[in-house]
Ligand binder design. Structure first.
Ligand SMILES: NC(=O)c1ccc[n+]([C@@H]2O[C@H](COP(=O)([O-])OP(=O)(O)OC[C@H]3O[C@@H](n4cnc5c(N)ncnc54)[C@H](O)[C@@H]3O)[C@@H](O)[C@H]2O)c1
Length: 258
């Protein structure tokens, strides 16, 4: 089978959390373009429905929206059951929903710390566990978790210890699951983006003065576009990545190399 056939996602059933906008929506669009049927999973039900319709109209694939808070263990189990029931299976899980708070560590309220840990790390465990249980039963599956270059570096000058710690956790969690499940057909990998132009960065007023600084530090001199993660998303969802597990794909325009 040629490489383009192995990259095809025809017949694959995939969910993407945080798929209503930003990196999740962009990766979801690429997955549908490559032939997958999709569930857009997001806490924002209206935006998820709009994104699902837009992607379905553009690609002709089956794309459903599921409103879910991925920090709720019961809701996550129900979400995976709904994906399996409505799409007819689950082959690939993208656990991508995340958030960032930029608060100096000495001023951070514990409840804020917990919010970040709950969404960025605990939800990735819950979703990987629920999707993993299904995939282990069928003896096959691919899980792709969104980490960050912040799993590798402590960003500056903005204070974001909670974000960096959780993304480091996502990396180590994903590698641990990959080892546990390698012989049972379930692969687990991470994508670690550098600074990307999404609501998380472009719509945060406190970050606007910093963007020029980040761009000056970047070898490419700019932030990434969400579509620049589409290739790796399709690769990791596809059978072309059959030798990739426990691997981290750092896509940051060289930011962490300088
Ligand atoms: N933008 C960047 O520069 C950048 C860089 C590296 C990593 N990342 C990571 O990429 C992922 C996506 O980031 P983005 O920039 O697209 O963010 P974004 O803020 O644009 O989108 C996040 C999405 O997650 C959804 N969401 C939030 N809480 C949720 C919950 N409890 N349950 C379900 N959905 C929920 C939101 O409604 C939103 O649609 C995150 O994990 C982020 O940490 C982003």
């Amino acid at each position: 089978m040629g490489i383009l056939d192995r990259l095809s996602l025809k017949g694959k059933k995939i969910y993407v959390t945080g798929g209503a906008q930003g990196l999740g929506k962009s990766m979801a669009t690429a997955l549908a373009e490559a032939g997958a049927d999709l569930a857009i999973v997001d806490i924002n039900g209206e935006k998820a429905t709009a994104a699902a319709k837009e992607i379905a109209d553009a690609t002709g694939q089956q794309v459903i929206a599921i409103k879910t808070d991925v920090t709720d263990p019961q809701a996550v189990t129900e979400m995976v059951d709904e994906v399996v029931a409505k799409l007819g299976g689950l082959d690939v899980a993208f656990n991508n929903a995340g958030m960032s708070l930029r608060i100096p560590a000495e001023k951070m309220a514990y409840k804020d710390w917990l919010r970040v840990v709950d969404l960025n790390l605990n939800s990735v465990f819950l979703c990987s566990q629920a999707a993993g249980r299904h995939m282990l039963k069928q003896g096959k599956g691919s899980i792709v978790n969104t980490a960050s270059m912040s799993a590798h570096i402590a960003n500056r000058p903005q204070p974001q210890s909670s974000y960096n710690a959780t993304k480091g956790g996502v990396l180590q969690l994903s590698q641990s699951l990959a080892i546990e499940w390698a012989k049972r057909g379930v692969r687990v990998n991470t994508i670690s983006p550098g600074y990307m132009g999404t609501d998380m960065t472009l719509k945060s007023p406190d970050l606007q003065p910093l963007i020029k600084q980040w761009e000056a530090w970047s070898p490419l001199g700019r932030m990434g576009r969400p579509d620049e993660l589409q290739g790796i998303a399709v690769y990791l969802a596809s059978d072309a990545s059959s030798f990739s597990t426990g691997d981290d794909y750092l896509i940051d325009g060289g930011f962490t190399q300088v």
